[in-house]
Design a protein. Structure first.
Ligand SMILES: [Zn+2]
Length: 256
């Protein structure tokens, strides 16, 4: 069994007490690759550091919409520099729009922060990792305007209809432990219509722990519970689903 956790935040302070210990237990749990995702400049630097110290961990750099309000042109230059700093940087992310929390950042700032980083990704020929929470269609609009084809919409929470549009645009879609929750009907309906070659699995740890660990600290070892649920919904063999989504992740992030 081979598993690729395509979205984790190992740099998070919740892992300060046992980060190295956890990382050392990943392979015996079938986790052969991890994408460590940055969410601001500091965490992007940490992400690079973690990836450089572990051969099976790769990383992305970028500024999450939560931090868009105070972002400067110099910060975008730094993202661009960080992205070229290490061969382990495989994507720009996570970037996007989040209107769920009104006190986060203004809509204008979020949109410009997203667009600027899409431009960086295009310039460097890197895929993007997209965060879309209650963006009311703005993410889709921007992805279309910018003609993005090399991206993944992570922690997908949209409808089956939106999933079909994204698939037609050539994008990837990834799911977290949310699909294991009892109230996941919408996510399951979306999952059903997405071709398996466009799917990736992720923990989004330390958040979003799947059942039976819901509410606790999540880590990449639990990615297997998400794969199990995904295999069940797609009516596929567990091993086969693991292998296909593993290869999807490798191909998408250009990892050999
Ligand atoms: Zn995330």
């Amino acid at each position: 069994m081979k598993l690729f956790d395509t979205h984790a935040h190992l740099d998070d302070g919740q892992f300060d007490i046992d980060r190295e210990q956890l990382i050392s237990e990943m392979r015996e749990n079938g986790v052969n690759k991890i994408m460590e995702v940055g969410s601001d400049l500091k965490s992007s630097e940490k992400a690079i550091d973690i990836a450089e110290n572990h051969d099976f961990i790769y990383c992305s750099v970028g500024i999450h919409p939560e931090f868009a309000e105070t972002v400067t042109d110099k910060d975008f230059e730094t993202v661009c520099k960080l992205a070229q700093h290490s061969k382990k940087v495989k994507a720009i992310g996570e970037i996007g729009i989040d209107y769920h929390y009104n006190d986060c950042s203004s809509r204008e700032k979020q949109i410009s922060c997203f667009e600027n980083q899409i431009d960086i990704a295009n310039e460097l020929d890197l895929p993007i990792i997209v965060h879309d929470r209650d963006s009311k269609g703005d993410v889709l609009k921007i992805l279309k305007e910018k003609k993005v084809t090399n991206g993944v919409v992570h922690c997908f929470s949209g409808s089956a209809e939106t999933a079909k549009i994204l698939v037609n645009m050539g994008l990837m879609i990834s799911f977290t432990g949310v699909i294991t929750f009892k109230n996941a009907r919408k996510a399951i309906e979306a999952l059903k219509v997405i071709p398996v070659e466009r799917l990736m699995i992720e923990t989004d740890s330390p958040y979003m722990a799947p059942e039976p660990y819901r509410g606790r600290r999540n880590d990449s070892r639990y990615v297997k519970y998400i794969a199990q649920k995904m295999a069940e919904v797609k009516g596929m063999d567990f091993e086969e689903l693991c292998n296909i989504t593993y290869e999807n992740g490798k191909k998408f992030f250009n990892i050999d």
